[in-house]
Design a binder for this molecule. Structure first.
Ligand code: XMP
Length: 483
């Protein structure tokens, strides 16, 4: 048999449709989107934001977890900065903020403003050298103070005027204290007046506002963070776990490689029960090698991304639907389908093919919550997005690692072979609206397939292949669209 006869056809989302099935589902709301991010982490919606520097930092991760998904903080920053991003998510809400931001006595309004802005908090607890409560400063106290040198002692609410709670206070008791005293922040005190935490009214409201949020055992939003496979990445992982990251994502372009497998083993051995996600792979063998190494989820996708040129440059990849179907053959793996999601229907197809969740980059890069400013061009608003193997991303990484300025760009042009591109993407407003569309499409797809759960979707799914004419027929045609 010649080589060409043995070549399999690889398919992707636009090559197939799901065949409608008898459905007893009366409302799309009856289609449950609960799933797993990894062996030990449950999500209310199967949506994960990508570990790219134009997609996920703390703002995106907070928004994702509130909606019931999860964000993966990218690794293209120094370890302590990445850990601070994780800490921001962890501190953003919880039953009790165990390590609230504090300042020692004797500091100024200017310092408090800087700390509040950097940490993204609206209040700072002032403590003495022994860690005992001295006062509380909120945004209100410092906003209208003209002189930044003013001592905080002049603007803060002092200890004797503060309402506090004792360590071990229940949520109901805390709510009562906040309500009856009409205060927004409740410092929690342990033995000897030592500060043991902070409870805020904002967190209690958020609990009601986002009932589907992905939370850890302490009521804090969940967040994952990426690491590489180098020796120093073990130190990075340690910092991320100290900041209470819920999962580590071993992030390398060719995950089916010895150093990725070794890194997964190492992280599992060194950090015990930590959740480790590994990738990227595109085959059944790649997936099962990751699972054997101990991975709690496997990221699948080589080359489908909106900013990827790996397939063009290296000639390597597997069309994404086939990659998911093949990887899902190892029934034990929790698969994150990473890249190529362009339409809500792609989410349904990826999950029907066997993925537990989808990772989204480009579609989220244009939202308010992605890092970076909006750019005005020709009267329209855009945001910048780029592949993590693009020329500028590589140059920035090298410059940062060597401590040099961006001038390293020229060196990258000479030495590097980019596998990603950079470009503008239309501004789309809040990520909540994009996610609403994706999840709405998924529920609709599940209902057409007669599936009440993602497991049922997977079990019931029948794909039909489309011709080019079928795809043309699937898109709006023969009209001049107005909306
Ligand atoms: P989407 O389609 O959602 O895909 O934008 C996001 C995924 O693309 C991958 N990625 C890259 N792949 N070169 C690549 O070949 C790159 O420079 C690059 N940067 C990101 C990554 O898996 C991401 O989650």
């Amino acid at each position: 048999m010649g080589v060409s006869e043995s070549i399999r056809r690889g398919l992707t989302f636009d090559d197939v449709l799901l065949v409608p099935k008898f459905s007893s589902i009366r409302s799309r709301k009856d289609a449950a989107t609960r799933t797993k991010f990894s062996r030990g982490i449950e999500l209310s919606i199967p949506i994960v934001s990508a570990n790219m520097d134009t997609v996920t930092e703390s703002a995106m991760a907070i928004a994702m977890a509130r909606m019931g998904g999860i964000g993966v903080i990218h690794r293209f920053m120094p370890p302590q900065e990445q850990a601070a991003e994780v800490a921001r998510v962890k501190r953003s809400e919880g039953i009790l903020i165990e390590h609230p931001i504090t300042l020692p006595e004797g500091r100024t309004v200017g310092e408090a403003r800087r700390v509040m802005e950097k940490a993204g908090v609206g209040g700072i607890v002032i403590v003495d050298r022994a860690g005992r409560l001295v006062g509380l400063v909120t945004t209100r106290d410092v906003t209208f103070e003209d002189d930044p040198r003013t001592p905080l002692s002049e603007v803060m609410t002092p200890r004797k005027e503060l309402i506090t709670a004792r360590e071990g206070v229940t949520m109901e008791e805390a709510k009562d204290l906040l309500r009856t005293n009409r205060v927004e922040k409740l410092p929690v005190l342990g033995g000897g007046q030592r500060l043991a935490g902070l409870i805020t009214a904002k967190d209690i409201v958020k609990r009601k506002q986002f009932p589907e949020a992905a939370k850890d055992g302490k009521g804090r939003l969940r967040v994952a963070a990426a690491v590489g496979v180098k020796e120093e990445d073990v130190g990075r992982a340690e910092k991320l776990l100290d900041a209470d990251a819920d999962a580590l994502v071993v992030d390398i372009a060719h995950g089916h490689s010895l150093h990725a497998v070794e890194m997964v083993r190492r992280l599992k051995k060194r950090f015990g029960d930590v959740q480790v996600v590994a990738g990227n792979v595109a085959t059944a063998e790649g997936t099962s090698d990751m699972v054997k190494a101990g991975a709690d989820a496997v990221k699948v996708g080589v080359g489908p991304g909106s900013i990827c040129i790996t397939r063009v440059v290296a000639g390597v990849g597997v069309p994404q639907l086939t990659a998911i179907l093949d990887s899902a053959r190892d029934g034990g793996a929790c698969i994150i389908a990473d890249g190529g999601i362009r339409q809500p229907g792609d989410v349904t197809k990826a999950l029907a093919a066997g993925a537990c969740s989808v990772m989204v980059g480009g579609l989220f890069a244009g939202t308010e919550e992605s890092p970076g400013p909006t750019i005005l061009k020709g009267g329209l608003r855009y945001k910048l997005t780029r592949g993590m193997a693009s020329l500028t991303a590589t140059a920035d990484r090298r410059a940062r690692e060597s401590g040099a300025a961006r001038g390293a760009l020229e060196e990258s042009v000479e030495e590097g072979v980019p596998e990603g591109v950079e470009g503008l993407i239309p501004y789309r407003g809040s990520v909540a609206e994009v996610v609403r569309q994706l999840v709405g499409g998924l529920r609709s797809g599940m209902s057409y397939c007669g599936a009440r759960s993602i497991e049922e979707l997977r079990a019931n799914a029948t794909f039909v292949r489309m011709s080019d004419a079928g795809l043309r027929e699937s898109l709006p045609h023969d009209i001049e669209r107005t909306l």
